[in-house]
Design a protein around this ligand. Structure first.
Ligand code: NDP
Ligand code: GFR
Length: 317
């Protein structure tokens, strides 16, 4: 059997990054995790990195802006996966990935690069409203750099991370289920797609050595988790035995709420409102068919037992 490809994870202590490290180890890949000197006194990051080491990962020290160090780190891997943070804070962290692309170009050995996307397909979000469009502009900029450099790649469109979108019944500004009333977007009947973050990581690692995913976008569409907001609310009401008061919000009312959000102090929520608008009013996750030159993860990997949202929400009772 071919040797398992060596995986380098950049952003490995992050929310999805840590799950990608664990999935890489669980699927038997020699796993390297970038350890950035800048983490300084962030003891949680260091302890997480040391826990990865205990689980068999190798820590590779380099800063993102240390080009020789980053080239040396990349040269030790066959596959590089970036899980750098998104631009939901006015940080443009995603642009730091261009330094990673430069290192991959110079190292010349990488068989597959997975950039940090893991959400809406940026190619299908060129119409996105400001300021949330920044997420997709930055991700498309990186795609252009990857493709101009002819770096073999796979783009992962993971739809909605369950913890951020589902137990809160798709409410913003909270991660917990509402106790009495729930804001419903429009009539609540727009289909979205919710994916357990551990499953996002499992499918990502499944895809890295698969010729069927080379230079393609892979959508994660677990059939049971293609749900409207009304479906999610009904699931929670059944689990909890409580009926919630529904308050229906029109698209105009929802977008108008942005003027009450201070752009400088609360950029993440301004970005969030536009993301939520595209997801729950426009239906951007489900209003298209997957093309011939794209693929869907649960069809490629039917052996993966993905987590349903009924199962996912039980812990919140
Ligand atoms: P995090 O905010 O958890 O950050 C991930 C990592 O980015 C950090 O752990 C850190 O790596 C690295 N990082 C952050 N700032 C810097 C910096 N200044 N210099 C170098 N490295 C830095 O990211 P998420 O997991 O929330 O997001 C990852 C991807 O997932 C993004 O593309 C985002 O758009 C997407 N996403 C999708 C969601 C969905 O529902 N589909 C929801 C949330 C995010 P290190 O570990 O080295 O410290
Ligand atoms: C579904 O695809 C994505 C989702 C994506 O491609 C990029 C980012 C996201 C998330 C963001 C992650 O930080 O959507 C919006 C934002 C999550 C967010 C949740 C923002 C503001 C909130 O108040 C919020 O409450 C749960």
């Amino acid at each position: 059997m071919d040797e398992k490809s060596r995986v380098l994870v950049v952003g490995g202590t992050g929310y999805i990054g840590r799950r990608i490290v664990r999935a890489s180890l669980a699927q038997g890949h020699p796993t390297l995790v970038l350890m950035r000197p800048e983490i300084g006194l962030d003891i949680d990051k260091l302890q997480m990195l040391l826990s990865f080491k205990k689980q068999g990962a190798r820590l590779v020290e380099a800063s993102i802006d240390d080009h020789p160090g980053l080239v040396a780190a990349v040269a030790q891997a066959d596959v590089v996966i970036s899980a750098m943070s998104g631009s939901h804070i006015r940080s443009h962290n995603l642009l730091l990935q261009h330094k990673l692309v430069e290192a991959i170009k110079e190292a010349g050995n990488v068989k597959r690069f997975i950039p940090s996307e893991f959400g809406m397909d940026p190619l299908r979000m060129r119409h996105a409203l400001e300021p949330g469009n920044i997420t997709f502009v930055e991700k498309m900029d990186l795609r252009r750099a990857i493709e101009e450099a002819n770096i073999p790649h796979t783009y992962i469109s993971a739809n909605c991370f369950a913890a951020i979108f589902c137990p809160n019944l798709c409410q913003m500004r909270t991660l917990l289920p509402p106790k009495e009333k729930v804001h419903v977007y429009g009539d609540g009947n727009i289909k979205a797609i919710f994916v357990d973050e551990d499953d996002v990581a499992t499918y990502t690692i499944k895809s890295i050595d698969d010729p069927r995913t080379l230079n393609k976008t892979i959508y994660l569409r677990p059939q049971e988790n293609i749900l409207t907001q009304n479906d999610v609310i009904a699931k929670w009401e059944k689990l909890s035995g409580k009926v919630l008061e529904k308050i229906y919000i029109t698209a105009d009312e929802f977008l108008a709420s942005m003027k009450d959000i201070h752009a400088d102090t609360d950029f993440a929520n301004q970005v969030g409102v536009t993301h939520y608008y595209h997801i729950f009013y426009e239906g951007c996750l489900t209003n298209f068919e997957i093309g011939e030159d794209e693929a869907e993860a649960t069809m490629l990997y039917p052996e993966v037992q993905y987590t349903s949202m009924d199962e996912y929400m039980k812990i919140y009772l």
